[in-house]
Design a protein around this ligand. Sequence first.
Ligand SMILES: Nc1nc2c(ncn2[C@@H]2O[C@H](COP(=O)(O)OP(=O)(O)OP(=O)(O)O)[C@@H](O)[C@H]2O)c(=O)[nH]1
Ligand SMILES: [Mg+2]
Length: 356
Amino acid sequence: MSDGPWDSSRAQHPENGVHLEPQPAHCSSPDQDMSYISGADLFGYVGIEAVLDQMRHKTMKAGFEFNIMVVGQSGLGKSTLVNTLFKSRVSRKSCSSLHQERIPKTVRIHAVSHMIEEKGVKMKLTVVDTPGFGDHINNNNCWEPIVSYVNEQYEKYLREELNVMRKRRIPDTRVHCCVYFLPPTGHRLRAIDLEFMKHLGSIVSIVPVIIRQDLAANGIQVYPQKQYDEDPEESILNNSIRECIPFAVVGTDREHQVNGNKVLGRKTKWGIIEVENAAHCEFSHLRDLLIRSHLQDLKDVTHNILYETYRVRRLNQANVDFSELGLPPSGSPLYSSVCSTLCSGTQDTCEGESQL
Ligand SMILES: Nc1nc2c(ncn2[C@@H]2O[C@H](COP(=O)(O)OP(=O)(O)OP(=O)(O)O)[C@@H](O)[C@H]2O)c(=O)[nH]1
Ligand SMILES: [Mg+2]
């Protein structure tokens, strides 16, 4: 008896007298043949598209994490900009009149998390503030605590990932994006800006804000990097973003009446600068990049490229204490096979997790 469209004889080889359906497209790799069956060739509705709803449902239930770091001299408007971006008080202003809200002005890393929910989607937003960066007379190596912080988060993730009994969802504290504030001085980039971006550009996605033109000439990597564009469509979108970098932005916590509407803005003697008006400043481009169009890409670049680089380098070092993690100690016969599997294998396994 036939199984209808799923008659198992259809799967047999033509040599057995059964012919396979002609395939609209055919591609093969050395060890696997693959045919392409489009919707029109199916015998009826299968429901594959419902996987998108399933993913959406799971993501909505679990929520996702996004970690943003702000770096720049005191008083440049870091906290105000983050609050403007997320339309809430997610970053405390150090110049607040309340004594207990003051943050000391040394390079101290300060991470604060908030759960933000919008239309049923939950995001755990962590704002990593770096008060005191560049505030001292001698700013030599002032980026070092920030480099250490970024690497510590990779190390934490790596250790969780290497645990034999690892968590189903590894808590992600890795910095997905670093917004770097350039002072609006009208001069060339300062040595501290160049040094910071040189040291951090290869380990974290940097988005510089405030006008400057001489970034590319110094070989500094900023997000979105051309070499990570995945297809021509993405290149077109990212080229338009790259033209705006660094973003000239304005932050505020005040609303003003403009033509009968309440708008976020900053009052100047020339009039009101509307924060979200693209004709006034580039805040809306920055917001779109960080939240509306590239948030997931920032997480993917962090996981698949920046963390992956850290991971491979770290696993190739001899001083990872594998025994502490329940894995064979380095130097043992099992070590090199485990290490090469870990170096090459986990990217796919963890890609699903990085989607959240
Ligand atoms: N003119 C102008 N002032 C701004 C802007 N953004 C913030 N400010 C003001 O600058 C002052 C400092 O802002 P903050 O957001 O606390 O600056 P910060 O960089 O977080 O400062 P620290 O936490 O001390 O490092 C506040 O009085 C803000 O209102 C802006 O875009 N334009
Ligand atoms: Mg601040």
